[in-house]
Design a binder for this molecule. Structure first.
Ligand SMILES: *[C@@H]1O[C@H](CO)[C@@H](O)[C@H](O)[C@H]1NC(C)=O
Ligand SMILES: *[C@@H]1O[C@H](CO)[C@@H](O)[C@H](O)[C@H]1NC(C)=O
Ligand SMILES: *[C@@H]1O[C@H](CO)[C@@H](O)[C@H](O)[C@H]1NC(C)=O
Ligand SMILES: *[C@@H]1O[C@H](CO)[C@@H](O)[C@H](O)[C@H]1NC(C)=O
Ligand SMILES: *[C@@H]1O[C@H](CO)[C@@H](O)[C@H](O)[C@H]1NC(C)=O
Ligand SMILES: *[C@@H]1O[C@H](CO)[C@@H](O)[C@H](O)[C@H]1NC(C)=O
Length: 462
């Protein structure tokens, strides 16, 4: 009985020491940028009654191996070991006192390096409870250097329309890696490339590829770099040089004899601007009455037949020369304006209405003829043996609906069941002759198919 009680007491004391006993409190994770300072917390939660702290050891734990960082001993003092000596200190001055207090052994880690990334263990050696430890995972970030560059300050659009890289966006030596995106209305493509450095940082690059042309000139291109939730935007405006795009204005399809003050103007969209405009007349020289003023041809005096021809304008800038042309006809009289459209419209309407009426009359006539035919036969013969001809039904279905037509088709087909007709077409596939030509245009598609089916049925029943 006494032994049992003593076991209970032992168990109880163990429970108190273990459960409500000592613990080492640390942050599970911590992070900092290269060059910055980070605080690694380590607080010893003692029990009541307290245990005695014999030593505190900070260790770096990486790749399964442990390396001592700092040691605090109540009788021997404090020691920070070589690679960390300059950069690690205990936060609490009391740790370094002659009679130290070792409950808070938080360390300050300054001037962080990428190689400092590791797990750090804070271990308390106590008496009589033994070792208590905890761990903090330290992550070291590196801010990337981000920039965007234009491939060339001015892009030259070649007529061959080749794709080219117009801008590059780079986010160098970041940890974790950045993400690059492009914002633009340009219809281009982007390529992405990631380079992993030995020290764990990543360089991300993206090229923006486009076919430069008139449409890409002055377009804005924005590179958006996202690094740990931060968005960095860089924009450029493309400067594209391109050949002139030429149009000729001034000919309105109404150059008539003796018209005054006509001219042609060569308009060119170009970057850089057009330096030279050259006018020519295809198959001939420019009329003597013409005056060239900058990019315009001013025709002096009234229009004559001699002005007719194909006028060509060559516009040249530093990128190239492009040509525009216009064919000038000269008419005797001014072209009628305004009314023709309306008159034509009315005329067209009248013609269309006439046609419609004609069609309607034709349809009606044909329908009448079919109705007549139908009165001689039945309109529903499906159940009858082929050799029998039904009595004419009372005339019905006067309405001109489509079904009436279908039915009349049926009749046409079944009429061939008559003996004489069968003899006339003994070997022919019956449906060729069966649909009388006049009925075809006025039946819809199912109607056309039905005679065919009926004809097959007729063959079988023979
Ligand atoms: C940890 O291991 C990796 C590969 O397993 C190695 O590249 C690296 O150098 C090691 N780091 C240390 C500190 O030993
Ligand atoms: C800390 O790192 C170790 C290995 O280095 C890992 O096993 C552990 O899960 C990490 N802890 C946290 C909270 O990330
Ligand atoms: C990491 O390595 C790259 C490439 O060697 C280097 O340019 C960069 O400065 C390094 N970053 C740090 C924080 O050491
Ligand atoms: C222009 O001249 C060429 C040859 O000199 C000829 O083949 C062509 O038909 C001419 N065109 C016109 C519109 O007169
Ligand atoms: C034509 O060019 C001259 C200079 O060469 C300029 O002064 C003038 O304004 C131009 N005229 C037009 C209509 O563009
Ligand atoms: C002008 O000439 C062209 C070609 O000779 C011809 O096709 C066109 O109909 C003419 N235009 C007029 C308004 O006569």
């Amino acid at each position: 009985m006494a032994m049992l009680a003593s076991i209970w007491i032992v168990l109880l004391s163990v429970t108190i020491q273990g459960g409500d006993g000592q613990s080492v409190q640390m942050d599970p994770i911590k992070s900092g940028f290269v060059g910055s300072q980070v605080e690694l917390r380590c607080i010893f939660q003692n029990s009541n009654p307290p245990v005695k702290i014999s030593q505190v050891t900070w260790q770096k734990f990486v790749n399964g191996t442990k390396q001592n960082v700092a040691i605090a001993n109540p009788s021997l003092g404090v020691s920070v070991l070589p690679p960390f000596k300059e950069r690690v200190t205990f936060k609490q001055a009391a740790v370094r006192h002659r009679t130290p207090s070792l409950e808070d052994t938080t360390i300050m880690f300054s001037n962080l390096k990428l190689s400092d990334e590791a797990a750090y263990i804070c271990e308390y050696t106590t008496f009589p409870a033994g070792n208590r430890e905890n761990m903090v995972n330290l992550t070291v970030f590196a801010k990337p250097v981000t920039h965007m560059t234009l491939t060339t300050p001015t892009i030259v659009a070649r007529p061959q329309k080749r794709k080219m890289t117009v801008a590059t966006c780079q986010s160098a030596n970041g940890k974790p890696p950045s993400v690059i995106q492009w914002e633009t209305t340009l219809k281009g493509e982007s390529t992405f490339q990631e380079t992993r450095n030995v020290n764990g940082t990543v360089t991300v690059r993206s090229n923006y590829v486009v076919v430069p042309g008139r449409e890409t000139h002055k377009q804005k291109l924005t590179c958006v770099v996202t690094y740990r939730g931060d968005r960095i935007k860089n924009s450029v405006v493309l400067n594209v040089q391109y050949e002139p795009e030429v149009t000729i204005e001034g000919f309105d399809d109404n150059w008539y004899l003796n018209r005054k003050d006509v001219s042609l103007t060569c308009n060119a969209d170009a970057n850089p601007p057009v330096t030279v405009y050259q006018w020519k007349l295809l198959n001939g020289s420019l009329p003597s009455t013409v005056e060239i003023r900058n990019n315009s041809l001013i025709f002096k005096g009234p229009v004559t037949y001699e002005l007719a021809g194909t006028y060509v304008c060559d516009a040249t800038n530093s990128i190239g020369t492009r040509t525009g042309l216009v064919e000038v006809n000269v008419t005797e009289k001014p072209m009628a304006r305004g009314p023709p459209g309306g008159v034509l419209g009315v005329l067209g309407g009248v013609v269309a209405a006439g046609l419609l009426i004609a069609v309607a009359i034709t349809v009606f006539m044909v329908y009448r003829r079919q109705q007549k035919t139908r009165t001689e036969t039945d309109n529903d013969l499906t159940d009858l043996p082929p050799a029998h001809k039904p009595a004419p039904p009372p005339p019905k279905k006067k309405s001109g609906d489509l079904k009436g037509h279908l039915t009349s088709d049926d009749i046409q087909v079944v009429r061939l069941d008559k003996d004489e007709e069968m003899q006339k077409l003994p070997l022919q596939p019956p449906y060729y002759d069966m649909a009388p030509s006049e009925s075809i245009p006025f039946t819809d598609k199912p109607g056309l198919r039905r005679p065919h089916l009926r004809a097959v049925w007729w063959c079988h029943s023979m």
